[in-house]
Ligand binder design. Structure first.
Ligand SMILES: Nc1ncnc2c1ncn2[C@@H]1O[C@H](COP(=O)(O)OP(=O)(O)OP(=O)(O)O)[C@@H](O)[C@H]1O
Length: 530
């Protein structure tokens, strides 16, 4: 068997182009006693030629006629250059360096591959005895050996191309699947977080990507814009949705209780601690902790919260051991936390930790085009809760609503729609008359800075009757003093909240009580909204 055919067996079964090139170049070097052998292959964009041996740090433009490579590529014919002839090819520095070691009796032979084809795929750059080289390329067995190499090379290139195609296809399939999943999620979300305005569509996309990340999310927005709803959506869309979401309103809990609510305590930690109690941080392990009104968290607790977020460890009050809790944090605020950082009421380090993924909810006044959909949604909710069949809002009623600026945002719209539904007869539409007076009143109130009484919501009307009697000096209906005092307090707080469009800061100030006390009373009296 000829030595070339023996060499062929070394090429069979090689699975990568780089290994095939190495093996082939080595076989030629051995058989033709070459002092160097390089295979030059085109880059993926086809603009340059690079050597198979990564140690040769050079490349040549395929159309640079200052090198013999470009000429061989164009003519598809081999070229042999003696040491003397090479003196004319010194203008390209990289080529000059490549051939610097060519000896007196050597030549540089540049052979296009496949042999005899007009479609050159590779160049062979050989340095050695030109007679030996041309004899090898002229004999049948030598040609067959080279032919096997070029076919094998072509095959591996096709396989590589197929693999690249498969990868591109797989990636675009993944992209399509991700887009479809995102669209499905956005559709699902649009059934609970209503609104087709551009700003709401963008918000839903942000919620989906925030839910997919593991970052701490900060939901900012005025009262009633849907911060709690967004926090719930983030939890439900996240991969911890099967685990609990634990929520706490930092403004509604007295300062001294907030720490034990969050961290829990051990038996005997303080008087009244009769047994161990697990805190919300422990309960949120694996799930989501939602800290509403985080701007109201005292500074001392802020430092402790930061430590939990950074170390995932905490110690219950009076506890000796540290416990672990790994949760996703969602916080919400309606105040400007940055201003609080500036006035040193809020820690800067915690601020940055909480704002890993900020979401800002728009005011309803900035997306009045959503009033229509939102109103339909609230009418549907009203019908479900009350077993009614109100058809919706008359278009004039809708126009009337759109004249209003909704300082209480979506919550205020919801209550207005409920108010309209409560006045509407079954199977009819809510009329303009249901809103006109009320909105006119609300507008006057908004413009006036004077204190004015606004009728409390329907749910508080019986309480108001009782309170009305009390105000008239008739105490006969009172059978429970504590309840009567609570009712009286509730009517006052509701009226004042109504007056200030749900702004708890202004309400608390006008009643001469701290905001935290107001929040506590609201929670106790179950005053959730305007
Ligand atoms: N985009 C919306 N689609 C449907 N309902 C909404 C939307 N936004 C808010 N709501 C409804 O409005 C009410 C107030 O929402 P939520 O409690 O989430 O607001 P908030 O910003 O957390 O208010 P606050 O700051 O006063 O606690 C809820 O009944 C909620 O379901």
């Amino acid at each position: 068997m000829s030595r070339w055919l023996e060499r062929v067996t070394e090429l069979i079964g090689i699975k990568t182009k780089s290994e095939l090139a190495m093996q082939f170049a080595q076989a030629l070097t051995d058989e033709l006693s070459l002092s160097s052998c390089l295979i030059l292959m085109p880059t993926p964009d086809g603009r340059r030629l690079v050597p198979h041996d990564a140690q040769v740090n050079a490349s040549w433009a395929v159309n640079d006629l200052n090198t013999p490579f470009a000429h061989v590529l164009q003519s598809a014919s081999p070229m042999s250059l003696s040491a003397d002839e090479l003196l004319f090819w010194q203008s390209d520095r990289a080529f000059a360096e490549l051939v610097a070691s060519v000896g007196m009796f050597e030549s540089v032979c540049i052979q296009p591959l496949p042999i005899g084809s007009n479609h050159v795929q590779l160049l062979l750059h050989m340095q050695g005895d030109p007679k030996v080289v041309s004899a090898a390329f002229g004999c049948d067995d030598g040609k067959k050996f080279i032919d096997v190499f070029t076919k094998q090379w072509h095959l591996l290139e096709e396989i590589e191309q197929e693999q690249r195609d498969i990868q591109v296809l797989t990636e675009s399939l993944h992209d399509m699947q991700r887009d479809t999943k995102q669209r499905d999620l956005a559709d699902k979300l649009s059934q609970s977080l209503i609104g087709q305005s551009a700003v709401m569509q963008r918000l839903r996309q942000q919620i989906i990507s925030a839910a997919e990340s593991h970052l701490s999310v900060m939901v900012q927005g005025e009262t009633g814009t849907g911060k709690e709803l967004v926090a719930q959506a983030i939890h439900q869309l996240s991969n911890v949705s099967a685990k609990p979401m634990v929520a706490i309103n930092c403004a509604a809990i007295p300062e001294n209780l907030l720490e034990s609510e969050l961290f829990g305590y051990c038996k005997g930690a303080f008087s009244g601690a009769d047994s161990d109690r697990e805190g919300l941080i422990a309960q949120a392990d694996g799930g989501t902790l939602f800290l509403d009104e985080i701007g109201d968290m005292p500074l001392s607790l802020q430092a402790k919260l930061l430590r939990v977020l950074e170390t995932k460890k905490f110690r219950p009050i009076g506890g000796k051991e540290e416990l672990n809790s790994d949760f996703r944090l969602v916080s919400a605020t309606h105040v400007n936390l940055l201003a609080q950082v500036r006035s040193k009421q809020f820690r800067q380090d915690l601020y940055y930790r909480l704002f890993q993924y900020p979401l800002t909810l728009p005011k309803l006044a900035e997306r009045l085009e959503d009033v229509d959909l939102l109103s339909q949604h609230f009418v549907r909710e009203f019908n479900q809760q009350h077993g009614t069949q109100i058809r919706g809002l008359h278009y004039r009623a809708l126009d009337c609503l759109k004249q209003y600026s909704f300082p209480g945002n979506v919550r205020e719209l919801k209550h207005l729609v409920e108010f309209g539904c409560a006045q509407c007869r079954e199977e009819l539409e809510v009329s303009e008359a249901s809103f006109a007076n009320r909105i006119a009143c609300l507008n006057v109130e908004l413009q006036s800075s004077e204190l004015a009484f606004n009728p409390p919501s329907a749910s508080a009307s019986s309480t108001q009757d009782e309170v009305g009697s009390v105000l008239n000096g008739d105490f006969s209906a009172i059978s429970d003093l504590k309840k009567a005092v609570n009712d009286y307090e509730e009517v006052i707080i509701r009226a004042r909240l109504n007056q200030f469009a749900g702004d708890r800061g202004r309400t608390a100030k006008s009643l001469g009580i701290p905001k935290r006390t107001l929040a506590y009373k609201c929670q106790k009296l179950e005053i959730k909204a305007l």
